[in-house]
Design a protein around this ligand. Structure first.
Ligand code: SF4
Length: 279
């Protein structure tokens, strides 16, 4: 299996220290090691929409994003390709001046995260569940909690210091994301406690942007947006766990506007694949 990607471009809707003014240079990979029912990028994560690229093409994409002004190279759902990406990242490190971001589901092995040491500057993992029943029911992930806890602890070891430049852009470190789900307050509490056990100074993004996609529109629990009370309880859980560095969101930011368009023709043009026909 080669590396498949679904989108390359500047993205403005990450945390401020990642997106900055000019945008984060995102590369969306096809496929995901989770299968979340509520996934907003369903066509790439579940259906595998994308184009295969060579290591050279991927490196060229990264260089072009840097030339376009990207603050960083943001590898989105890269985990299925970890071994194939290692040699690419080794070359990228000598070619690029901007940081590399590993933007993953958090469901990864410690062995794989260790391989990324020195190749990835910023880790941006999800920590979705402390409740393994929810993890299995919503994302088909067995034992998610322990796996994610260990993976994120290793990310912290790989990048022990959170470093920012004079403009507040992150140069290295870890930001853990938690998407609060409907009826997910107890789950959020467990996640916040586990993050604090790893490091109370770690940056946490408490995300309230959940909205039901058509796939879960009729789901008994997932078929609605968060309430303000749920989001407030999740942010309280952040503080109660002793965490103090982080990001919050306005609940009205929960909109499909932020879901990227995966246009393979546009991607093919970016890659210079002139004979591409999208079926
Ligand atoms: S981890 Fe993220 S990209 Fe992967 S299936 Fe879940 S929501 Fe989608």
């Amino acid at each position: 299996m080669g590396i498949r990607i679904a989108r390359v471009g500047l993205h403005h809707f990450e945390e401020p220290c990642i997106s900055g003014k000019r945008g984060s240079g995102t590369v969306f990979f096809s496929g995901c090691n989770l299968k979340c029912l509520f996934c907003q990028n369903h066509v790439i994560s579940h259906e595998g929409k994308g184009l295969e690229v060579s290591a050279r093409e991927l490196l060229d994409c990264m260089s072009r994003l840097e030339d376009m002004g990207a603050h960083n190279i943001n590898l989105v759902t890269p985990s299925n390709y970890t071994n194939l990406l290692i040699p690419v990242l080794e070359q990228a490190k000598s070619r690029l001046k901007i940081p590399i971001v590993w933007n993953s589901s958090g469901y990864e092995t410690v062995t794989n995260i260790k391989k990324l040491k020195g190749l990835v500057d910023i880790y941006l993992p999800d920590f979705k569940y402390s409740d393994d029943n929810m993890a299995f029911e919503y994302s088909c992930a067995k034992g998610y909690f322990e796996v994610a806890k260990k993976a994120i602890a290793q990310m912290r070891e790989n990048a022990p210091d959170d470093v920012f430049d004079n403009d507040g852009m992150m140069l290295s470190g870890v930001i853990v994301r938690h998407l609060v789900l409907p009826e997910g307050v107890d789950n959020a509490r467990g996640v916040m406690r586990a993050i604090a056990d790893i490091d109370k100074d770690i940056y946490v993004s408490v995300m309230g942007q959940y909205f039901p996609t058509t796939a879960v529109a009729d789901h008994q629990i997932l078929g609605r947006r968060l309430t303000e009370d749920e989001y407030d309880a999740a942010t309280d859980a952040f503080f109660n766990a002793g965490l103090h560095n982080g990001f919050s969101q306005e609940l009205d930011s929960a909109t499909e506007e932020y879901v990227p368009d995966f246009d393979l023709k546009e991607l093919a043009e970016f890659l210079g694949k002139v004979n591409f026909v999208d079926n």
